[in-house]
Design a protein around this ligand. Structure first.
Ligand code: UD1
Length: 417
């Protein structure tokens, strides 16, 4: 298994381009199931989760071709098997995103129950509640969710809690339903809006995506389209946090500052100077960061996917910070590993008390999920001496060529196979 070896202590400096958003790409790829015509998606990041999704779609009978510039063309003229098997779902929970499109177009879907997940229970009850409200029959049999429907009917659905992929599943299902669907308490994440733009380019009638009420007027069929995925705000936030934590100065291109407000605000609070243009963000620092409290919540509040990286930043900040996680119930696995680098962190319930220390010291660390791994890479960049981050496959799920991008910013990092 690959490892990353980092010689820390170098302030990051320079310019890199941000990749396409993983969490927009995954639902957009599944939207190809809604039409018999080709959907061509560009700015697709080269990530393990994307490969997993393409494998899943190919296994169902979708024709997948990739051009030399990583544009992906998907053609779902014929679906052989509307099934997402356990082997794929257990490696990527976002596989559940095929449920809505398959039910809408084929009247049938079988998706393995995701099972235990490292960062909490993450049930899918809201996805199922929405499909049932639209007339689908749902059964749980032999570890699989089975959904059947003749033709889905528009419905008014009020989500009990804000769920990103739940909102996306219902939105996709509703595009081909009869009548109008209204999703209340919808997730407002920019990736939900990006999916809606893609669906509308395919002939769907979706309004209000990006707000907490989304209205979808069903149509009889969708057609092919070409769509460019939005930039990854979590990747951007991670590099900015890394620069702030190492006392560096970087510039990101191909990004969107307007969807990073909560993160940029916290970086400013930590003492960074931030300037932005329509598609770039520059960050400059003046020494060690100041401690910043963060509390995660659905968009537009501070993203749970940035919590671990800010914990790494706070571990060497001046002062004490409170980091509160409200979205997932078990998302502090990076704490023990950051402590192995010398961080002073105590967890009480869903809050971590992080007392900034003067420096971290390199060690061998290992992560159990994607963003936790990112925080350990940050820890390694900050720490004195060598840090080895094991189980790099978690990072490869969500960060495109991380060691290349960090090297370009001056980090001493290499992958050991
Ligand atoms: C998506 C993102 C993930 C991010 C998360 C929260 C993708 C592919 N993944 O995950 O990176 O961390 O949003 O911003 O976009 N819940 C229920 N019942 C449901 C669905 C969710 O109780 O039916 C709970 C979950 O257990 C969790 C919370 O709702 O505590 C939020 O989960 P959700 O927004 O659904 O996360 P994902 O869509 O899986």
């Amino acid at each position: 298994m690959d490892k990353l070896v980092i010689e820390g202590g170098v302030p990051l400096a320079g310019e890199i381009a941000v990749s396409g958003a993983k969490n927009a790409t995954l639902p957009i790829l599944t939207a190809a199931l809604l039409t018999t015509e080709p959907l061509t998606v560009s700015n697709v990041p080269h990530l393990r989760d994307v490969t997993t999704m393409l494998n899943l779609l190919a296994q169902m009978g979708v024709r997948v071709s990739i051009d030399e510039r990583l544009g992906v063309e998907l053609s779902s003229a014929r679906i052989a098997e509307p099934v997402a098997p356990y082997e794929l779902v257990k490696t990527m929970r976002a596989s559940v995103l095929v449920l809505g499109p398959l039910t809408a177009r084929y009247g049938e879907a079988r998706v393995s129950l995701p099972g235990g997940c490292a960062i909490g229970l993450r049930p899918v009850d809201q996805h199922l509640k929405g499909l049932q409200a639209m007339g689908a029959e749902v059964a749980i049999e032999h570890g699989y969710i089975s959904v059947r429907a003749q033709r889905l009917r528009g419905a008014r659905i009020c989500m009990d809690l804000v769920t990103v992929t739940g909102t996306e599943n219902i939105m996709m299902a509703a595009t081909l339903a009869t009548g109008t669907t209204v999703i209340e308490n919808a997730a407002r994440e920019p990736e939900v809006a990006d999916l809606a733009h893609c669906l509308n380019a395919m002939g769907a009638r979706v309004r209000g995506a990006g707000s907490d009420v989304i209205t979808i007027e069903g149509v009889d069929r969708l057609h092919g389209a070409r769509y460019r995925v939005m930039p990854d705000r979590i990747e951007a936030g991670t590099y900015l946090a890394a620069a702030a934590a190492t006392g560096g100065s970087i510039r990101l291109t191909g990004t969107r500052p307007d969807i990073l407000d909560a993160v940029l605000e916290k970086l400013r609070e930590a003492g960074a100077r931030i300037t932005t243009g329509p598609d770039w963000i520059a960050l400059e620092t003046n020494g060690a960061p100041g401690a910043v409290n963060v509390r995660t919540a659905p968009y537009p509040a501070f993203p749970t996917d940035m919590q671990a990286q800010f914990m790494a930043l706070d571990s060497v900040a001046r002062g004490t910070a409170l980091v509160t996680e409200t979205v997932f119930e078990n998302r502090f696995m990076h704490v023990q590993e950051l402590k192995r680098l010398g961080a002073d962190i105590e967890v009480e319930g869903n809050t971590a008390v992080v007392k900034g220390v003067a420096h971290l010291d390199g060690a061998t660390v290992m992560a159990t999920d994607l963003r936790a791994s990112a925080s350990l890479v940050l820890g390694g960049l900050i720490a004195r001496g060598a840090t080895t981050v094991e189980r790099v496959y978690h990072i490869d799920r969500g960060y495109e060529r991380i060691e290349e991008k960090l090297s370009k910013l001056g980090a001493r990092i290499r992958r050991v196979r």
